[in-house]
Design a protein around this ligand. Structure first.
Ligand code: ASP
Length: 328
């Protein structure tokens, strides 16, 4: 077998480009660090000055509410100089390339760029041309590392053993898998934490996932693709509904939103199949009444807002880690 070395920018812990490749020890370290960050947030000071003087820029080529604001809250809580790059009013509209933009930000003394881009792989390209740290805040359909890390922190807190492991736990992820960078990143973190992940969604939106599921054989956890939502929910300890990504759908991939809700929507009636006290997650933004009903999203099992809250300490942990690796 030919083993290929990962590119240098991927190996460098100065960046966070992906969660694929992070072992359980690295994940546990981030979970522990996020726990410490939560204590800082809860302390009278509400933060620290660990990143005092560090320039952190959020550079988002795609819309975002939770991810961008929680990165900015995280950087602010650590005392960083935070700049929001407004792509819409910048020279990107005059044709400035990603490479030119990251070089310009470096010249303007940004040490960390939090990058969201519609093209898979864009953070790797940026990392090759930037002297500081790149944090991937979502690239195309490919990866959303900090979403998976915050989801892991929530699931480990509720379902993990004393070390946070999810061994023996069954986590269902249902919906538009095809366009979801959230599911692709969650498969790495959840299986590394030992969970069994059960995937389901309409055939047009799960293309390639049977093979993808098989590629997790040999990890501490496992992944399976099943044919119906009821099968996925059966005895699951948690279920994550994924957003129907209307902006990425191509004609023919979905009949109608009504038909989708009828076959795949997370409704109160369907929750009965879950294990007792099972939990409901959604990365947001939610199409309520499509992939998740409003009474489920706001119901007693829902951790949707806890996921949002968990974003701040986890992103503090990530920023702190990349900056200390860059300084090392
Ligand atoms: N907010 C998540 C993302 O950026 C999930 C979604 O958009 O559906 O991938």
């Amino acid at each position: 077998m030919v083993t290929q070395a990962a590119p240098a920018e991927e190996r460098s812990r100065r960046h966070l480009l992906d969660v694929a490749g992070l072992d359980w020890r690295s994940l546990q370290k981030l979970l522990a660090s996020a726990g410490e960050m939560q204590q800082l947030l809860d302390s009278p000071a509400g933060g620290s000055d660990a990143l005092r003087g560090v320039g952190v820029t959020t550079l988002f080529y795609e819309p975002s509410t939770r991810t961008r604001l929680s990165f900015e809250a995280a950087a602010t809580a650590l005392g960083a100089r935070v700049t929001t790059f407004d792509v819409a009013t910048s020279s990107v509209g005059k044709g400035e390339s990603l490479i030119d933009t990251v070089r310009t930000l470096e010249a303007l003394r940004s040490q960390v760029i939090v990058l969201r881009h519609e093209r898979a792989g864009a953070p790797w390209l940026a990392a090759r041309h930037f002297g500081g740290s790149i944090v991937n805040a979502g690239d195309g359909w490919h990866a959303h590392p900090t979403q998976a890390l915050l989801d892991l922190s929530v699931l480990s807190r509720h379902l993990g053993d004393s070390g946070g492991s999810l061994a023996g736990r069954r986590i269902a992820i249902v919906g538009d898998l095809l366009h979801s960078r959230v599911v692709r990143s969650n498969l790495h973190t959840l299986t590394t934490a030992g969970a069994t992940v059960v995937l389901a969604g309409p055939a047009s939106l799960t293309t390639g996932f049977a093979e993808h599921a098989a590629s997790f054989r040999g990890t501490p956890g496992s992944v399976q693709l099943v044919g119906s939502i009821d099968e996925a929910l059966h005895n699951a300890d948690a279920v994550m509904a994924l957003r129907i990504q209307r902006e990425r759908l191509t004609p023919g991939e979905l009949d109608s939103l009504e038909a989708y809700r009828a076959a795949w929507g997370l409704t109160e009636a369907r929750l009965a199949a879950l294990a007792p006290r099972a939990l409901v997650l959604h990365p947001g933004p939610m199409n309520e009444g499509v992939e998740i009903d409003p009474d489920v999203a706001d119901g007693p099992r829902s951790l949707v807002l806890e996921q949002v809250r968990a974003g701040i300490p986890m992103r503090m942990a990530v920023l702190q880690q990349v900056v200390s690796e860059a300084r090392a």
